[in-house]
Design a protein around this ligand. Structure first.
Ligand code: ADP
Ligand code: 5GP
Length: 211
């Protein structure tokens, strides 16, 4: 199925909306837990949708095209860059990843809160375009725990894990630009904390409109 058809599938599912749609960007070092957190947030909150990125990275065994990512060739990715289809894109760990403008605009228009699981540089680019976006940086409880999560995920070999860990200093340095900085120790406590942040922003905007 092509990217456009898959985007329509994501949009047409039923939902109910409970507040002003927000843009919520969740960034973290690889293995800290952001993908797991975003999936649980979207499962528990019918008014939340994850922005599905396009990537040139090959799919992992557990991943589905059009659900986890739109897996496309480098040629197609660069064509879409030329056509201005990305809100932002980055080369992360040696592969291209990008947020599709049309996808995000359509979800917002339908009233969904959009969750972005993207890298720190992508997060900063989103904030420049949407100053109201909520930027949340997720940390692992320790470096040892991060390594353990990466090993136990069993999706990258030791060399690729090392490559991902080399990006840590750049990622931690940019955490200061985020609105929130959270340690993902207990998974469900982290999810609840993020839900609380989003609902608080929604309430504040609601109060602002009614005053
Ligand atoms: P990321 O998307 O940040 O690279 P993942 O969501 O893939 O990270 O999580 C990496 C691994 O850590 C996964 O196997 C996930 O199940 C696990 N994990 C995520 N959060 C926690 C947590 N709070 N405690 C223990 N394991 C976790
Ligand atoms: P992974 O290969 O582990 O799925 O993702 C690698 C990194 O790329 C993660 O930090 C992830 O958040 C980031 N990423 C995924 N999609 C995008 C995107 O559309 N834009 C940017 N800038 N980063 C992305």
């Amino acid at each position: 199925m092509d990217v456009e058809r898959q985007m329509q599938n994501q949009e047409s599912q039923n939902h109910s909306k409970t507040g002003k749609p927000q843009l919520v960007v969740i960034s973290a070092p690889s293995g800290a837990g952001k993908t797991t957190i975003c999936k649980i947030l979207a499962e528990r909150n019918p008014d939340f949708r994850i922005s599905i990125s396009a990537t040139t990275r090959p799919p992992r065994k557990t991943e589905t095209d059009g659900v986890d990512y739109f897996f496309i060739s480098e040629e197609e990715f660069l064509k879409r860059v030329e056509a201005g289809e990305f809100l932002e894109y980055e080369n992360v760990h040696g592969h291209y990843y990008g947020t599709l403008r049309k996808n995000v605009e359509s979800l917002l228009k339908q009233g969904f809160t959009v969750l972005f699981d993207i890298d720190v540089n992508g997060a900063i680019k989103i904030k420049k375009q949407f100053p109201e976006a909520i930027l949340i940086f997720i940390r692992p409880p320790s470096l040892e725990e991060l390594k353990k999560r990466l090993r136990e995920r069993q999706t990258e070999d030791p060399q690729e894990i090392e490559r991902r860990l080399q990006r840590l200093p750049e990622e931690y340095a940019k955490a200061v630009l985020f609105d929130y900085d959270i340690v993902n120790d207990d998974l469900m406590a982290t999810v609840a904390q993020i839900e609380d942040i989003i609902r608080t922003h929604q309430r504040k905007e609601q109060d602002h409109v009614s005053n």
